[in-house]
Design a protein. Structure first.
Length: 384
């Protein structure tokens, strides 16, 4: 198992530490959940040089701190890391979570991240340290220190990096949380001397993993989720088949036993058939749903190819805020660009795509966003 990775053995959930994850805090110009999801995916590919197949993306919407905007904690991890962790785990993994999110939720739950202060929290683990800064409970900074022996040096580097951003407010509350096996006696004086203010120390008796805290970021690969879903579907199908077989065997036994009572046997047969008809109908409906899911998966794979192609074709000066698919033939792009000529350049690129047979501009409209004039557009593409 990789250094610092923890396992909740009760629920078979892996907890991945901060230093294995690329973490960004971003504001996106939308509060619509579907739009935010699309924006997050586009933003993630700008943050890393890896292809879509090489990374796993997850995020948590931390709320809206500016009208019309969503504040997002974006987490990106190499897929290879996750696959290695899952291979080394002895049992079947039910979830892979981010320790930073777990720590932040714990700070909110225990009121350590205070609503009226800029709070710095140092979480000290046996193998590594994580530094978190919240401004009025808003998570704005996170950094991992792999070697605990370099705490003060790396703490100074973290503060230097934090203070480079003039928009960041000065820290006026310092807290240290640690598990009971950590000796913080020598650290206490060093940390208080560095910050020139009292420092609050919190020892927690239970491991953070065991706490019942709602989490939103998950790193389970999509194909693993699909595999688990298929496994559950097969299990349900097997159970249903067993129920039907049991009912049929019971019915046959009853028929043989009551053969000499023809009239009574026929009546009983009719009742038994009626009693299992519901299970038969359920099985038929279940098989129909499997076919529908298979068709939807094939359609979903095709749309994913279109989305990947869209990312490659989209010029850097275009901001797409909505992609729409009518479920059949039409796929539309809505976004903004600094000039109208950029729209027609984008159209030419889309016309070269092997997925579209017709591309047309539905409308272009100029508007002012943050004192800058931009062109809002809608491009409709017919799928080939």
């Amino acid at each position: 198992m990789r250094r610092g990775v923890n396992l909740d053995t009760k629920r078979n959930i892996l907890i991945i530490p901060r230093h294995l994850v690329l973490l960004r805090f971003i504001e996106l110009p939308s509060t619509d959940a579907s739009e935010v999801k699309n924006m997050v995916e586009f933003q993630a590919f700008k943050e890393t040089p890896y292809s879509k197949d090489e990374i796993i993306i997850s995020y948590r919407n931390l709320g809206s701190y500016k009208k019309g905007f969503s504040y997002i904690m974006l987490a990106i991890v190499k897929k290879e890391i996750i696959e290695n962790m899952m291979q080394q785990a002895k049992d079947e993994i039910e979830g892979i979570r981010l320790e930073t999110e777990l720590l932040y939720s714990f700070l909110l739950q225990k009121d350590i991240a205070k609503s009226n202060k800029v709070s710095l929290v140092i979480s000290i683990k046996k193998e590594y340290v994580e530094i978190i800064i919240t401004d009025n409970t808003k998570l704005i900074f996170s950094r991992s220190i792999k070697n605990r022996t370099d705490l003060m040096k790396e703490l100074a580097n973290s503060m230097l990096f934090y203070n480079r951003d003039k928009a960041n407010n000065a820290i006026n509350d310092v807290n240290v949380i640690y598990s009971k096996e950590i000796d913080v006696k020598d650290m206490k004086l060093q940390i208080e001397d560095y910050f020139k203010m009292p420092v609050n120390f919190y020892e927690y008796s239970d491991d953070l993993i065991s706490l019942d805290i709602p989490l939103y970021i998950s790193f389970l690969p999509k194909e693993y989720n699909d595999k688990m879903a298929n496994k559950e579907n097969k299990k349900e199908l097997w159970l249903t088949s067993c129920l039907i077989l049991t009912a049929i065997l019971a019915l046959l036994s009853l028929l043989i036993f009551k053969l000499h009572e023809k009239d009574k046997t026929l009546n009983l047969l009719s009742k038994q058939i009626s009693s299992i008809q519901y299970d038969i109908d359920q099985l038929r409906d279940f098989l129909r749903k499997i076919e529908i899911l298979k068709s939807q998966k094939e359609k979903g794979d095709f749309i994913i190819k279109i989305l990947k192609g869209s990312y490659d074709l989209t010029p850097s000066d275009i901001f797409l805020y909505r992609l729409e698919y009518d479920g059949r033939y039409d796929f539309s792009y809505k976004g903004t660009v600094s000039s109208a000529s950029g729209v027609f350049d984008f159209v030419k690129r889309l016309e070269k795509s092997k997925y579209f047979k017709k591309v047309e501009v539905k409308y272009t409209t100029k508007k002012v966003v943050q004192n800058q004039e931009v062109t809002d557009f809608n491009i409709l593409c017919q799928i080939d």
